[in-house]
Write a protein that binds this ligand. Structure first.
Ligand SMILES: NC(=O)c1ccc[n+]([C@@H]2O[C@H](COP(=O)([O-])OP(=O)(O)OC[C@H]3O[C@@H](n4cnc5c(N)ncnc54)[C@H](OP(=O)(O)O)[C@@H]3O)[C@@H](O)[C@H]2O)c1
Length: 273
């Protein structure tokens, strides 16, 4: 039995679908079974990662767990990780590339705790998710996206590729104690991302540069926290001079090349229309 947390999210939903396609027993942890809208064949179990006691039924008789941590702080993570480690042999944790740079980040703290308690673990450290660009959908419809650091070059990854690697790590041997940095097949600047989305929906769209100071208030609103807004600005500034890392790990693990951002934009065109 494989437990998928974040099963209604952008990665977890694909993990569930791929596992079901392989005729495996899949259980999904969701906060609200009535709205989960998951495929038939998956056992849907209610639970909340903020409440370790609520996870008992989801963890019963589980072999492997796909874990994501949906919060911006590691508070409460130890109890959850320990409960998982008491029940499951294998944990595949959706971390982030940023874990390497900041050992105090919640991603890194979770990794440290999992490494300490889980019998077998694999860490997935993706770069930026392609779906982050959905935040531009309203501006794309108006034809102009305003933002800072248009020349920031990102190796955005298709969430389906993260899920495919997760599935391999969940069901195959040979991935224990591996840290997989996952990215798209190349880098695309933010200015290019907007043009690519425009081409995918058949309606031109362009980037209009804002100064970091102009962008900051809306970023604080989006992230709900000044330090996250400033960290995002610093990260994008860095990607102007040093493009985000590109790896071949998706292909190495799955045997299939990572999807391009153009492919992702084409497949999500309706979300921007
Ligand atoms: N976006 C990026 O660029 C990026 C890059 C690297 C790493 N990451 C990491 O990726 C993870 C997010 O993955 P995602 O994008 O696939 O998720 P997502 O689409 O944002 O969805 C969040 C998932 O978490 C579940 N969830 C939220 N609160 C929960 C709670 N209290 N208890 C149990 N489940 C809860 C939601 O389920 P319900 O709402 O249905 O309960 C949903 O399935 C985060 O840990 C993030 O830090 C993101």
């Amino acid at each position: 039995m494989i437990l998928v947390t974040g099963a209604t999210g952008s990665v977890g939903r694909h993990v569930v679908t791929e596992l079901l396609a392989q005729q495996l027993a899949v259980r999904a942890l969701v906060r609200n079974p009535d709205t989960a809208d998951l495929p038939s064949g998956v056992e849907v179990v209610p639970g909340n990662l903020a409440d370790p006691a609520s996870l008992d039924s989801a963890l019963a008789d589980v072999d492997s767990v796909f874990l994501l941590w949906p919060f911006f702080s590691a508070e409460g993570a130890s109890a959850v990780v320990d409960a998982i480690a008491r029940n499951a042999r294998r944990v595949v944790y959706l971390s982030a590339e940023a874990a390497a740079a900041d050992p105090a980040s919640f991603w890194a703290v979770l990794e440290q705790r999992i490494e300490k308690s889980a019998p077998e673990w694999t860490f997935l450290r993706p770069t930026g998710f392609a779906k982050n660009t959905l935040g531009w959908a309203d501006q794309i419809r108006s034809g102009v996206v305003h933002g800072p650091y248009g020349e920031a070059a990102r190796s955005l990854i298709d969430e389906r590729d993260i899920a495919s690697v997760a599935v391999r790590a969940l069901i195959e041997d040979g991935h224990a104690a591996k840290v997989y940095v996952l990215s798209g097949p190349g880098t695309v600047t933010q200015t290019e991302q907007v043009q690519i989305i425009g081409a995918a929906i058949g309606r031109p769209a362009r980037w209009e540069e804002q100064s970091p100071g102009q962008a900051r208030p809306s970023l604080v609103q989006i992230f709900g926290d000044e330090s996250y807004a400033d960290a995002a600005l610093d990260t994008w500034a860095g990607f102007v001079t040093t493009p985000e890392r590109v790896t071949a790990t998706v292909q190495e693990v799955t045997g299939v090349p990572a999807r391009s951002f153009s492919q992702w934009a084409h497949d999500h065109a309706d979300d921007f229309r």
